[in-house]
Design a protein around this ligand. Structure first.
Ligand SMILES: [Mg+2]
Ligand SMILES: [Zn+2]
Length: 196
């Protein structure tokens, strides 16, 4: 497990308080992205995901997911399939997360929920009874950071090889992996900002 921490470029949490909630992106953040996946059998957790969620639970921080699922709007997968995949993620994490919200729309719909719009973050925060300003959004692309910013939440980027350099450069915070990101938002010195 990638339990490293405290490597170069460390930067503290700031206010020292716990977040009101942590909202993960799903694909390529919490689980390995399988485009338009409707098959629970194909779900694989990302490195550090289980430890990251376990750490948040141990601190009593609510954990949710905010996910764009345009495959629904494109007719490639059904709502039921998305819920089955989400249930598999819950099972792999030991028990259900505190809230799951997803956007079923395609970009052309111009909805208020597809990230980088703030709708999913606002909806999840409301469901948890937490102010969006106290939420942290952890994701792998710029749209996740945009949604966080638009909702008044804090964004932390955990890049993959598919994350664009400009998205890394513009992210408010960049961490190496999920556990590092969670340790960071809990106030541990574990941020690593990569050179771009
Ligand atoms: Mg993603
Ligand atoms: Zn939407």
């Amino acid at each position: 497990m990638a339990a490293r921490a405290g490597e170069g470029g460390a930067q503290g949490c700031g206010d020292g308080g716990l977040p009101g909630a942590v909202l993960f992106d799903r694909d390529d953040t919490l689980v390995v992205d399988v485009p338009y996946n409707g098959d629970p059998e194909r779900v694989r957790l990302m490195p550090g995901a289980r430890a990251a969620v376990r750490l948040l639970r141990a601190r009593g921080v609510p954990v949710g997911v905010v996910s764009n699922q345009s495959g629904i709007g494109r007719g490639l997968i059904t709502e039921t399939q998305v819920r089955e995949v989400n249930a598999r993620v819950d099972a792999l994490l030991g028990r259900p997360l505190d809230v799951w919200v997803h956007c079923p729309h395609v970009p052309e719909d111009g909805c208020a929920c597809r990230k980088p719009a703030p709708g999913l973050v606002l909806r999840a925060a409301r469901a948890l009874g937490v102010a969006a300003q106290r939420c942290v959004v952890i994701g792998d692309i710029g749209a996740d950071m945009g949604a966080a910013r638009a909702a008044g939440a804090r964004g932390v980027l955990v890049p993959t090889t598919r994350t664009l350099p400009v998205e890394v450069a513009e992210a408010p915070d960049v961490c190496r992996d999920l556990l590092g990101a969670v340790r960071h938002v809990l106030g541990h010195p574990s941020t690593v900002r990569r050179p771009v």
